[in-house]
Design a protein around this ligand. Structure first.
Ligand code: ZN
Length: 438
């Protein structure tokens, strides 16, 4: 068996606002191993592009690259639609998830918060105290429901709602709703005979090392609840009663609320709102725009902080894939964790950086991360998957991608940006970065 890869290829796919990366480890002429990191979109460039047409195209390109090798692993960094809805098999993205499943990944890696056992059997908890873990995971599910309600309010906006607010609420709401089909496919691929599912946290094994000889994968995030309460505290500071629901369901009967499987607006029809959720929906409808925005933004950030952060070490090169991790997730890795010093060393030596959260400022902490990369101006390579005009606003300096960060990336690193990829029938729908073992 090959000792280590001779070269690697990284494909950055054009999925509009979303992420999709294919890492190919080339061991020999007939031994290539492929890892797909995320596959989702919440918006495509151009007026005519449709996810139901475009996403199968991307999946088929992945298929053509992997060929008979199949997929060694699939990584889903976190539950946001723009990272996982391509795994769906229900037709919304043209059943692109079925194409990926046909590549029979041997391993599916997700953050610990996605462990289905956490919802059913707290005793099987792999991390955290069963109680805190269960309520946290249930909280994430409740967030999906609330996001759906907010998206629905924005769909039939009250007269006072401005067009820009409606746009932002719709975008954030839709990104945070549950993607049942994609989640089921991810779980199903991990449960296939001969396959394995890993739900990882900071410092845990990803399962990738065994399948990729000569490659070491460090799981830098997310921390679990025994490691930090930070990802939890962020929301308990919020005075709104909503957060009581999230933190354990005392304000509303959380159990009834969750067990209904009610996701408002997900099918565009009039869903039956269960009585336990009705008062909550009514309450949401009475909030003003700013309050709705606060809630949905906090939901969005909370979910981003469940992102896996993976650092691949291969023939001395270090490749960093942090999903959409934001500061609370990052700061555990490089500040609070017992092995923070080691992580700082790894980050300083990064050769390839997948820009966090589509180039938003809160995902590339300047001092903790960007300024730590010692290869800035010295060959650092960066990969950015983004689409302007979807997220944030330049007026509040929150536009994605953030112009100041984009300028840094362009001037201090070799940047591959999906914004330069056209959606057309001709040519490959991706950038390719090739790195050889030296
Ligand atoms: Zn994202």
């Amino acid at each position: 068996m090959a000792k280590g890869p001779k070269s690697i290829e990284i494909r950055t796919y054009q999925v509009g606002f979303g992420d999709c990366f294919l890492l190919s480890f080339i061991y020999g002429d007939k031994d290539n191993r492929h890892v797909l990191i995320d596959f989702g979109t919440t918006g495509l460039p151009g007026r005519t592009a449709k996810p139901s047409v475009h996403m199968p195209k991307i999946a088929n390109h992945v298929l053509s690259v992997c060929g008979a090798d199949g997929l060694t692993a699939v990584v889903a960094t976190h539950r946001h639609a723009d990272h996982i809805n391509g795994f769906g098999t229900d037709g919304k993205t043209g059943k692109s998830g079925s194409i990926i499943a046909s590549l029979k990944p041997k391993l599916v890696v997700q953050p610990w918060t996605e462990d289905p056992a956490a919802r059913k059997d707290a005793k099987k908890a792999t991390t955290g105290s069963p109680r805190s873990r269960k309520s946290f995971v249930a909280g994430l599910a409740a967030m999906n429901d609330v996001a759906g309600m907010i998206a629905r309010i924005a769909k039939n906006p009250p007269p006072w709602m401005s067009a820009s607010l409606q746009k932002e609420l719709t975008f954030l709401g839709m990104d945070n709703i549950a993607n049942k089909s994609a989640i089921e496919n991810l779980i199903g691929m991990g449960r296939r005979k001969g396959a394995k599912a890993v739900f990882a946290h900071h410092g845990s094994q990803s399962g990738l090392d065994k399948l990729l000889p000569g490659v070491k994968v460090h799981v830098l995030g997310p921390p679990d609840l025994t490691q930090t309460e930070k990802i939890r505290k962020q929301r308990s500071r919020d005075p709104d009663q909503f957060w009581h629901l999230i933190s354990g369901g005392s304000a509303v009967s959380g159990k009834n609320f969750l067990s209904t499987g009610f996701v408002a607006g997900s099918n565009g029809k009039n869903p039956k709102v269960p009585p336990s959720a009705r008062w909550f929906r009514d309450r949401l409808e009475r909030l003003n725009g700013q309050q709705l925005l606060e809630i949905v933004r906090t939901l969005d950030q909370q979910m981003n902080n469940t992102s896996l952060i993976l650092l691949f070490e291969v023939f001395g090169k270090k490749l960093l894939f942090p999903g959409d991790a934001q500061i609370e997730n990052w700061s555990y890795a490089f500040e609070d964790a017992p092995d923070a010093k080691k992580t700082q060393g790894l980050l300083a030596a990064v050769d390839v950086y997948k820009v966090g959260h589509h180039g938003s400022l809160n995902a590339t902490p300047k001092q903790g991360l960007w300024e730590r990369f010692s290869k800035r101006d010295k060959g650092l390579k960066t990969l950015l998957s983004t689409m302007p005009g979807k997220h944030g606003s330049s007026r509040s300096h929150t536009e994605v991608p953030r112009s100041t960060l984009l300028k840094e990336l362009e001037t201090r690193s070799a940047l591959q940006n999906t914004m330069s990829l056209k959606i057309s029938d001709k040519g490959d729908p991706c950038h390719v970065l090739r790195i050889k073992a030296s």
